[in-house]
Design a protein around this ligand. Sequence first.
Ligand code: PMP
Ligand code: GLU
Length: 403
Amino acid sequence: MKISKRAQDVPPSATIAVTARAQELKAQGVDVIGFGAGEPDFDTPDYIKDAAVKALKAGKTKYTPAAGIIELRTAIAAKLKKENELQYSPDQIIVNLGGKHSVYELMQAVLDPGDEVILPTPYWVTYPETIKLAGATAKIMQTDRDNSYKITPQQLKDAITDKTAMLLINSPNNPGGFTYTPEELKSIAEVLEGTNVIVLSDEIYEKLIYGDTKFVSFASLSEDAYNRTLTLNGFSKTFSMTGWRLGYTAGPVEVIKAMSRLQSHMTSNAVTFGQYAAIAALGEPADEAIESMRVEFERRGKYMAERLNNIKGVQCSEPTGAFYCFPDVSGHYGRTINSQRITSSMDFAKALLDQANVALVPGLPFGCDNNIRLSFACSLEQITEGLDRLNEWLTLDDIQLRV
Ligand code: PMP
Ligand code: GLU
């Protein structure tokens, strides 16, 4: 049957593809270590599940307003005020079916063909596709390893044109594992003053920050930033609720209304009893549940980065946020390992899976072909075993490294 040009032009999500492939191999009995999955390995806390069961039993099984129940939007507004110093009314908030849906719907709501979106590397794989699906063009902004893969205010200043409709900021970053400091974000916000650039601030990893890292919401930086920013967040990462499909967007009321109109035709509301569970998630026991996961991620991230750095030809910064290490492995490009020639991140990831049963995501779909992404949302034992295999695989051959 005929497939639309639009659909033909969209590749499958590389992150999902790697995770699915690792699961498939495991099901076949292959002893695979999976560093692909961008989802917490913890279960959803019981107090959230209990709230969902209670809502189901109470008959919360019907449609709600497309943008979500007022109680949840009020609870999100209270969260944003208390934790993020952001003053939003419930009509400035829409509940979406996961943060991925928030991204797609926002692009559909604000972008037109001919618009350009500044997309710094490394970027989450879904951003360029959703930009394309809105008929707009991603203007990829290359970043430097030496600047921890962050954009500079000057770079941004030089890149803005009459066509620039949006800047995408994702901090803490997937796949980079880095976090912009409040000062860095402030200087970015200052560059935008006097322009019409909308900011999509994807803050889905806000709770997963390590060491002395500080998180600040972009929209809270100034009145100007508040007026141009759509704040995106969700329940998947913070509360280990990836399968529940709950995300949200907050921002100027006219954009939220436009998203709501689109959503009323596309999906309608997020699952009704899930919305009640989301209210509970934001309630009292939250801090405790989140902190224990955060501490464990911090321990794993530190360990993973240290081990990666000890491998010859691999360079990795210690992650300050999210749950990913994003080492530069290009020192190994040009080698032939077990008769497989490695010239790119795609070759690297494929050969590693084929030869050593370790699954990870190549950097290319994130816009950085020198890198690979390893998620540390898996046990310390798996991390140890996977890195032992990686280390062994990379030292199989004694060919001179490029760096
Ligand atoms: N933004 C980023 C940067 C992500 O890594 C993810 C993870 N999938 C999402 C948004 C969306 O997550 P979800 O759709 O599960 O809410
Ligand atoms: N965001 C996660 C990741 O990057 C989950 C997979 C996806 O939705 O892309 O792995």
